[in-house]
Ligand binder design. Structure first.
Ligand code: SF4
Ligand code: SF4
Length: 283
């Protein structure tokens, strides 16, 4: 199955689960256990599509001491399905028979990036959805995604959905996930146009390729064009989370035309002169 077909199959599976599975609240309980003692331990860490969010990439590349570009080049694939509006890298599974996740080492106890594992790995077996947002009667809920061969559902340990979310460290990921979701559902994207390939590249840089974005800020004319205080420049040099937040603001300005950045007075003046020159060509 190609990456595109796999993404489509996954989204059909999720839609089916979403339509048919009971909806859970934070107070509902479910029985599940996953530990090295289960016979299937590690089976779900192979031949699987783990979609990475920008925050997942930030955590993993820092964990591994790689730049975001090194991480994306070496450890992810970037499939493009027709229905996909925005880039969404997946962990590049190994080329062994099990197509194992590169972070899995069963001899060393399992996931080698456990403290920084992606949102999707933290959530399983829970899925999450929000409904009715457009109609103003938002409902968020969780549901169980029982994968074939997963023995975790035979374990008797029961816990509330809310306890699972806290225990897996999901809140921090959700906070960044929501910031990214707000960017991805900007009305420019939902009601206007698709991004051109160049805009898509810029979107990818401002969300996933943070080290390239940092170079773009500090090694181009960026700081001559935009107001960025000295304190903020210091933060952008050393703090990846501040850089990501800034990237989201920059994309709103540069791609969606929102007033989220301040141009320097000289830039505004130069652009006005250029516009006049375009509108009134010399006789
Ligand atoms: S298949 Fe289920 S029980 Fe087995 S390791 Fe994966 S999550 Fe745990
Ligand atoms: S990141 Fe860790 S938990 Fe997620 S698939 Fe890879 S090995 Fe499994």
């Amino acid at each position: 199955m190609s990456d595109e077909e796999a993404v489509k199959a996954r989204s059909e599976f999720e839609k089916k689960v979403l339509d048919e599975a009971p909806r859970l609240t934070r107070e509902d309980s479910f029985a599940f256990g996953c530990h090295p003692g289960v016979s299937c331990f590690g089976d779900c860490c192979g031949d699987v599509n783990i979609v990475l969010t920008p925050y997942d990439v930030l955590r993993l590349k820092n964990r591994l001491g790689l730049t975001s570009e090194e991480f994306l080049d070496q450890l992810t694939v970037l499939p493009f399905a027709k229905e996909q509006r925005l880039p969404a890298p997946l962990i590049r599974m190994g080329d062994n028979e099990q197509k194992s996740c590169p972070f899995l080492d069963l001899e060393k106890g399992g996931c080698q990036v456990y403290e920084d594992r992606p949102w999707a790995c933290r959530m399983y077996p829970l899925g999450y959805a929000k409904a009715g947002e457009a109609e103003g009667r938002e409902e968020e809920f969780w549901f169980l995604m029982e994968e074939d061969g997963c023995r975790g559902f035979a374990e008797s340990t029961s816990r509330k959905v809310g306890e699972w979310i806290s225990g897996q460290g999901i809140e921090e990921y959700d906070e960044w996930g929501e910031k990214y979701r707000q960017l991805a559902v900007d009305d420019y994207l939902t009601t206007e146009k698709e991004l051109t390939p160049q805009q898509m590249q810029m979107f990818y840089m401002g969300t996933y390729e943070l080290d390239t974005f940092r170079r773009f800020i500090f090694s181009s004319t960026f700081l001559e064009r935009f107001e960025v205080s000295g304190d903020e420049q210091e933060r952008l040099q050393s703090d990846d989370e501040a850089l990501m937040e800034f990237g989201f603001r920059f994309l709103r300005f540069s791609l969606f035309g929102k007033p989220t950045m301040e141009l320097k007075a000289e830039t505004i003046k130069a652009e006005a002169i250029n516009n006049d020159a375009v509108q009134e060509p010399a006789q």
